[in-house]
Design a protein around this ligand. Structure first.
Ligand code: SF4
Length: 134
């Protein structure tokens, strides 16, 4: 008797706006204008975390960090998708420039949670996100 073919596991999804404690990838830097300058090809989070930031400034206000999506252990998880990604795309839609250029070069698109769930609309919205905007 032959075993039924086993489906390959889906790829691990990456959270594109995670804390330093969960970070594995240095996704980008926040420009003075509040836009994300994406770092490609992929660079480990340790590279960003090794650069000192001003005292009192959280690293998540200077850099965008990505790490494994922790699904139900995250307050944004709705049960079947990332509520933050959905919210970011929805609120950006109201101010989006229809002439927004092509998708930014990004090191995690293949596994990005927001891109997988929201499609290409996630990327222009993502480029305006500061993880810790206090
Ligand atoms: S939303 Fe788009 S630009 Fe942002 S991390 Fe995901 S794939 Fe990259």
């Amino acid at each position: 008797m032959t075993e039924p073919a086993r489906r390959p596991d889906p790829p691990e999804r990456m959270c594109p706006s995670t804390s330093a404690a969960n970070a594995t990838v240095f996704l980008g830097m926040i420009s003075p204008a509040g836009r994300v300058a994406y770092v490609t090809p992929q660079v480990p989070a340790e590279v960003a975390l090794a650069v000192p930031v001003e005292a009192g400034t959280p690293v998540e206000a200077r850099y965008r960090l990505a790490g494994p999506c922790i699904t139900s252990s995250c307050g944004f998880w709705t049960g079947d998708h990332c509520g933050l990604g959905a919210r970011v795309v929805e609120s950006y839609r109201e101010v989006a420039d229809p002439a927004e250029p092509e998708l930014p070069k990004c090191a995690i698109r293949r596994t990005c949670r927001w891109y997988a769930e929201q499609g290409p609309a996630a990327c222009p919205a993502c480029s305006h996100v500061v993880t810790d905007a206090r």
